[in-house]
Design a protein. Structure first.
Length: 360
């Protein structure tokens, strides 16, 4: 036998900056104009296009940037193969090349699909993310996960592919509906539960201010929350170990999104998922009673009624599509106390079914 070795060992650097500030569009345009890009695709959704996409496009034009606006219908149902192919076909027909750039302008849906397109188009072109929901600012814009849903479930196809830079422009939160604030705050509460009790206490103390859009509270919470996620991703970019803690609430949450046919938003489903998974952790004597109650109380204070209006068995069945399963057994990331997690927990179907049934 002869061997031809393909030696590809190398050090990679996927580092990038998250810029946080107010009214960043002008400096974004100016920064991009220095990069010698052939073209920019501003990928956005139908709502964000009207609010910010057209203005950004005009600003880019004034700056001499050659850009096109690519708009997808707002909502989770756009995160699919057909829409991804439509974006790709448009990029091809507009002559996008490897010296072009994708700019994702929107919430987690836009970021997930635009990031996925960027990672596969011409085998990968750079992208920049301007998250416009609170959820996208503190969670989905950090860490390079992207993807689309399929008929069998959430985020079934995707890659890890980091943006070149993230611009968190706090000014866009002025138009964000209250429901979307709750969805973002859910992921912030998750960040407290999984690794920072002090941040959890901050969330308890400042919940009303955050919900009312208080700028100082929001600015502090966004920076703190994104730092928590950053710290996790830096240790484990591709979710081989500690990054799994970020999935707290998501195994049940993703199943709920799917079973509701996406009538439940991601944040709403994750809030219910965190309640269910905290109950599972308590039932398995993993989570202590005091911290269990604090988690339930804060989620309820957020305005989430902990009732699941879908068949417990159906939700359980859908957890089997979870990507965190090993050899066909679903594995949960569960809190042991606020700020500490246990990963790869195999909760028996009987416990999960019992908890889901109690929440009907
Ligand atoms: P979304 O992108 O659907 O945005 C929610 C709604 O807010 C949409 O209707 C959108 O048009 C509107 N909107 C966006 N910005 C606005 C603004 N500034 N003013 C007014 N309206 C605005 O949902 P989302 O909650 O941002 O993201 C959820 C998605 O993110 C899910 O698909 C979830 O799976 C994904 N996600 C990904 C990661 C990751 O690491 N990649 C992490 C968490 C969630
Ligand atoms: N939202 C989970 C993660 O980014 O890993």
């Amino acid at each position: 036998m002869n061997h031809v070795r393909v030696d590809l060992e190398k050090t990679v650097d996927h580092s990038y900056d998250i810029v946080i500030g107010n009214d960043l569009f002008a400096s974004l345009a100016e920064g991009l104009s220095k990069l010698n890009l052939s073209k920019i695709a501003i990928v956005t959704d139908s709502t964000v296009k009207k609010l910010y996409g057209k203005d950004l496009f005009e600003l880019f034009k004034k700056q001499g940037l050659n850009s096109v606006l690519v708009t997808i219908p707002a909502g989770e149902k756009s995160k699919n193969r057909t829409v991804k192919a439509r974006i790709e076909d448009m990029l091809i027909s507009e002559g996008f090349r490897r010296d072009s750039l994708i700019l994702a302008l929107g919430g987690g849906v836009v970021g997930d699909i635009a990031g996925f397109v960027a990672s596969t188009y011409m085998r990968g072109i750079p992208y920049v993310y301007v998250p416009t929901t609170l959820l996208a600012m503190v969670d989905s814009s950090i860490g390079g996960k992207n993807g689309i849903n399929t008929a069998s479930g959430k985020n079934m196809i995707g890659t890890f592919y980091q943006p070149k830079r993230v611009f968190i422009d706090l000014a866009v939160l002025k138009t964000l509906p209250e429901k979307e604030f709750r969805n973002g705050i859910t992921e912030m509460i998750k960040h407290g539960i999984i690794s920072d009790e002090k941040f959890f206490i901050f969330m308890e103390d400042y919940l009303e201010k955050l919900l009312s859009g208080d700028e100082d509270a929001l600015s502090k919470a966004i920076e703190w929350s994104s730092t928590i996620k950053r710290d996790v991703v830096e240790q484990d970019e591709q979710e081989e170990s500690i990054r799994k803690i970020l999935n707290f609430g998501h195994t049940i949450g993703h199943a709920l999104e799917k079973v509701s046919d996406y009538a439940l938003a991601h944040g709403e489903a994750v809030a219910l998922g965190m309640v269910a998974e905290a109950k599972i952790a308590k039932a398995m004597s993993i989570l202590n009673a005091r911290d269990y109650q604090k988690i339930i109380d804060l989620i309820e204070k957020l305005g989430v009624s902990p009732a699941i209006p879908y068949s417990a068995r159906k939700v359980l069945e859908h957890t089997s599509y979870d990507k965190k399963s090993s050899k066909g057994v679903v594995q949960y990331a569960l809190p042991t106390s606020i700020g500490h997690m246990e990963i790869d927990v195999e909760a028996g179907d009987d416990v999960v079914l019992q908890v889901l049934s109690e929440m009907q």
